[in-house]
Design a protein around this ligand. Structure first.
Ligand code: FCB
Length: 514
């Protein structure tokens, strides 16, 4: 909050007072003091941006040759989405991106994290032609992004894929998905890699497999009866199978980029993970050990194989021979199978041991969960502050801890905070989102603390520029620094948009960044 006060004074009053030397001097002194106190400068080239995803923003669900995606089909099933909505129009970013990029330019961001819709580029996966309508659209968009001095940071798949691949072979459960993903990645590198210098293969594959195959709340709605309300699936087996195919697909795309494109295109390739910081629910040894198991069954599950060529030890101990093996070829590819790690950081939870104590399946009592029960409550009180969004309580310290954890475990791999933001239920708060401002300010302070301690963080992307389609919550939760009227598509800045603009302005002025 310190920053906003000073920057606001700077911005709103500087014109009036520019000739009044004492006030100008006072501002200058305050800023200098703040910096001296913080002792912190964001490095040159630090990326400040906002993040979005194709399904949540684009709309235009069958425009210019796009075919159905898994999310198009899933949202059409009654009862799946809280308000019965879908992303057919979403915030119409497909048509309104020039206007939205103007908003970004006005905020002063120097990067934009977006995802491509796979079904727009390859409507039938590798079983059909490349859709030039989709290619042309993203070409225009990338050019428009660059024209505004903004760096595109592209995720190849943010939960969505062509429905064709679901129908043909069950998507991520079949190893042949790797060929499809590699083919899709190649087309993207070939068409856009001259201008896109940051590629993320996947967004939050850990969320995708846990919700898609353990609890069944996301497509393809597969789970065992003890875990959720699904007609098919096996929560103890399928998440691991899907994850294995995702990891191998990631490695294949990275290998392809490294061997065919990277030298010439000079970009970076990585993966984006959802992260939860876990605190032990008590100081018992069992709960302390449960914390590491919780990370193993959530984060290091994907990152360890890519970086070290093996699943985390805690996971091996629990799943033993049921854990799939990597081939020699995979292992060769997994050497440095990342140029960066994307960290999506929102929330933290308590971890409770269920290996030595009895818990119900779905509440920690299963191998699939690593015998850990992760929950925000301890004796009825929250870790951090609840937000009204069921999965989300705010705990800024978790940002610092999470970044330090990743920095220590995956030494020398740069980190980007690829998502962080505050969601509010769709109840009343329109523009005065002071809770979002507080959230961003506190989380960014935590990020700075981690950087000061040595974490190599190179970017921060706020989720999100605009209110948008929030997956199974539909339009009932709002994450935008801009309010969107979903009927008229009008965008109106909230307090947080001004705050973020000031924050970036301040750091640009005070650091070597810019
Ligand atoms: C993340 C997702 C993103 C958005 C935010 C609120 O887990 O990656 O698409 O829904 O949560």
């Amino acid at each position: 909050m310190k920053t906003i006060i000073v920057s606001e004074i700077m911005e709103t009053k500087s014109l009036t007072y520019v000739s009044q030397f004492p006030l100008w001097l006072l501002c200058f002194i305050i800023i200098t003091l703040i910096n001296a106190e913080e002792g912190f400068e964001f490095p040159k080239n630090f990326l400040f941006g906002t993040a979005s995803s194709a399904y949540q923003y684009e709309g235009a669900y069958l425009t210019d040759g796009k075919n159905l995606s898994n999310w198009d089909v899933f949202t059409s099933i009654p009862g799946k989405i809280a308000d019965g909505s879908h992303g057919k129009v979403a915030v119409d970013h497909y048509h309104r991106y020039p206007e939205d990029l103007d908003l970004m330019e006005d905020l002063g961001v120097n990067s934009y994290r977006l995802s491509f819709s796979w079904a727009r580029i390859l409507p039938k996966g590798r079983f059909g032609d490349v859709n030039m309508g989709g290619i042309d659209h993203y070409n225009r968009m990338i050019n428009a992004i660059l024209k505004r001095g903004i760096e595109p940071f592209v995720t190849l798949t943010h939960y969505d894929l062509p429905q064709e691949l679901v129908v043909r072979y069950g998507s991520w459960l079949d190893p042949q998905i790797r060929e499809d993903f590699e083919n899709y990645a190649e087309i993207c590198f070939r068409h856009f890699g001259d201008r896109v210098k940051f590629w993320a293969t996947f967004n939050e594959p850990n969320v995708q497999v846990v919700l898609g195959y353990r609890t069944g709340t996301y497509p393809p709605s597969r789970c065992s009866k003890t875990f959720g309300n699904c007609t098919h699936g096996d929560s103890e087996i399928e998440p691991f199978l899907a994850a294995h195919n995702i990891i191998r697909s990631h490695l294949a795309a990275v290998n392809l980029y490294r061997t065919k494109f990277q030298e010439q295109q000079r970009g970076k390739i990585g993966i984006v993970m959802n992260t939860i910081w876990f605190e032990p629910v008590s100081d018992s040894l069992a709960d302390i050990l449960a914390v590491e198991r919780a990370q193993a069954f959530y984060l290091t599950w994907f990152l360890d194989p890519v970086v070290f060529g093996r699943y985390p030890r805690e996971m091996q101990e629990i799943l033993g021979e049921d854990l799939l093996e990597f081939t020699k070829d995979d292992l060769k590819r997994s050497k440095n199978g990342l140029d960066f790690i994307g960290i999506n950081q929102y929330t933290s939870r308590y971890a409770k041991d269920c290996l030595h104590s009895a818990c119900e399946p779905g509440k920690g009592g299963s191998r699939a969960e690593g015998f850990v029960y992760a929950n925000a409550l301890k004796d009825g009180s929250h870790l951090g502050e609840p937000t009204g969004v069921n999965w989300f309580s705010t705990y800024p310290q978790g940002m610092e801890e999470m970044l330090m954890y990743a920095a220590k475990r995956y030494k020398d791999i740069p980190l980007y905070v690829t998502e962080n933001g505050f969601g509010e239920n769709n109840t009343g708060v329109l523009l005065n989102d002071h809770r979002r401002v507080k959230f961003m300010s506190n989380y960014l302070d935590a990020l700075k603390r981690a950087m000061r301690k040595g974490a190599d963080v190179r970017g921060y992307f706020a989720w999100s520029l605009l209110d948008n389609f929030e997956w199974i919550s539909g339009y009932t939760i709002r994450f935008g620094m801009y309010h969107v009227d979903f009927k008229t598509q009008e965008r109106t800045p909230r307090l947080s948009a001004f705050w973020y603009k000031n924050f970036i302005f301040h750091h640009r002025a005070q650091s070597k960044y810019g």
